[in-house]
Design a protein around this ligand. Structure first.
Ligand SMILES: [Zn+2]
Length: 68
């Protein structure tokens, strides 16, 4: 174990922490933009065949968002 290794580990932890915050900020930005697009789009719903689960999901052909 060297001082360099300890410093490297500390730097990695900082970078992960910074990156996580950045991801959260980007996710929030994306969510807001999706809300904006969702409210403006004149949706054209189609069954989402890629997501066949317990209930049928619909996805918009124009904005690619799922039906709420
Ligand atoms: Zn739409």
């Amino acid at each position: 174990m060297t001082e360099q290794e300890i410093n490297q580990l500390r730097d990695l932890r900082r970078e992960i922490s910074t990156t996580k915050k950045r991801i959260l900020a980007l996710q929030e930005e994306m969510k807001q933009l999706e809300d904006t697009i969702y409210s403006k789009c004149e949706h054209e719903w189609e069954k989402d065949l890629a997501n066949v689960g317990e209930h049928t999901e619909y996805i918009c052909l124009k904005c690619n968002l799922s039906k709420k």
